[in-house]
Design a protein around this ligand. Structure first.
Ligand code: SF4
Ligand code: SF4
Length: 370
């Protein structure tokens, strides 16, 4: 029987013989490792290819001495997305979305831990829900430790669509992004070539957004390692919080909504958005719990967050006709209300009005300003 030292020496000599730690081999290994467990796209950035980027591209923020990052995408279930957009099933896509998010976090940790065992310091970046504490508003500024989006566009995992979501050639924007930061020197991959950037400015993402986050004309751009990337300029970020938090989501024509049961107004004036969010949060706190959901550190421990929108992401399929079909599903699916047991239900606009009118003034105040 071999002793453990002999086994370690044997493994090390095989790795050495195969030159397993050279940048090309390590890069190929990362792609294989992540693809084998569910990634649909994998790319690599380095400190050079991210040079000049915003603070959330500073790899050393999570790992001193970091030189490279592996970026990857994992697809969500397309059939569940269609039923979610049509408002036929909230639970199925919500569960899939949460599951894929945690899977991505686990996949990133898995590769990082594998490399750490091989004495290559590495960190798996969580898929979502980790924010910097060293900004003026701390966690509530919602500044990520590392931006998966910037790493993804620079490494060719996807490209910025008009919406600002990362759109992948294989699964559109319906992916969850992950990153692994490492001290290893890896071979960077190139941004997507023009023919793989399918965004044609159809603006169905804009049409499916009830918050007014995206500017229709102006764009914002970012430079990463000498390459320029751009997407629609963002208005007040808390517009999206109002809708994605489940406080608002009714379309202007009041005929369709997101899965948000709340119908508080999203003010046109930027300076009123912050107060509108606080007012809606306070009014909504006593609502019954929606089935499913996930714990979010920005909320009290007693409360869960639910997936109620993401329309701009889920509508954005690589095929334009499929985008149009999804937009139709969304806008013909009715509006959502909450029942007293917490469940969500889609119905016509008129039925929803009657549902709200039948509530006591205290109940109704949890959903809209009366
Ligand atoms: S929905 Fe249309 S405009 Fe928006 S990102 Fe996708 S392809 Fe671009
Ligand atoms: S998630 Fe919803 S509210 Fe937020 S930008 Fe996308 S469509 Fe608009």
């Amino acid at each position: 029987m071999h002793d453990t030292k002999q086994v370690a020496e044997l493994v090390e000599s095989v790795d050495k013989g195969q030159d397993a730690q050279n940048p090309k081999k390590l890069t190929e290994f990362a792609k294989t490792f992540l693809t084998e467990i569910g990634a649909c796209e994998v790319g690599v950035c380095t400190t050079q290819t991210l040079a000049g980027g915003p603070p959330s591209t500073d790899l050393e923020y999570v790992l001193p001495g970091a030189r490279s990052a592996v970026s990857f995408a994992v697809p969500m279930d397309q059939e569940k997305i269609k039923r979610y957009l049509a408002k036929e099933s909230h639970a199925d896509h919500q569960a899939d979305n949460i599951h894929v998010n945690f899977m991505v976090t686990g996949m990133a940790s898995g590769l990082a831990d594998y490399w750490k065992q091989k004495r290559i310091p590495s960190v798996g970046v969580a898929g979502n829900g980790v924010y910097r504490h060293d900004t003026p508003g701390g966690m509530y500024d919602f500044k990520p430790n590392i931006s998966h989006r910037y790493l993804a566009v620079r490494s060719g995992v996807g490209w910025f669509g008009f919406s600002g979501n990362v759109i992948t050639p294989s699964h559109g924007a319906s992916v969850i992004l992950g990153s692994v930061v490492t001290t290893a020197e890896l071979e960077p991959t190139e941004p997507l070539v023009e023919e793989d950037r399918y965004c044609d400015d159809c603006k169905l993402c804009l049409a499916s957004c009830t918050s007014g986050l995206m500017d229709e004309e102006e764009r914002t751009s970012v430079s990463l390692g000498g390459r320029e990337f751009s997407y629609s300029k963002r208005h007040h970020f808390q517009r999206c919080d109002l809708v994605c938090g489940g406080f608002a989501g009714l379309a202007k024509n009041r005929k369709w909504s997101t899965w948000s049961p709340g119908r508080f107004d999203v003010p046109d004036e930027e300076e009123k958005v912050g107060d509108a969010l606080i007012e809606a949060v306070v009014a909504s706190l006593p609502r019954p719990e929606i089935p499913g959901g996930f714990r979010q550190p920005a909320l009290p421990a007693s409360h869960k967050l639910n997936v109620t929108c993401a329309n701009c992401q889920l509508i954005c399929h690589p095929e334009r006709n499929e985008r149009k079909r999804r937009y139709k599903l969304l806008t013909k699916g009715g509006v959502v209300v909450q029942n007293s047991d917490g469940t969500l239900e889609a119905m016509t606009s008129a039925q929803a009005e009657r549902h709200l009118a039948a509530m006591s003034p205290e109940q109704r105040a949890m959903y809209e300003k009366t």
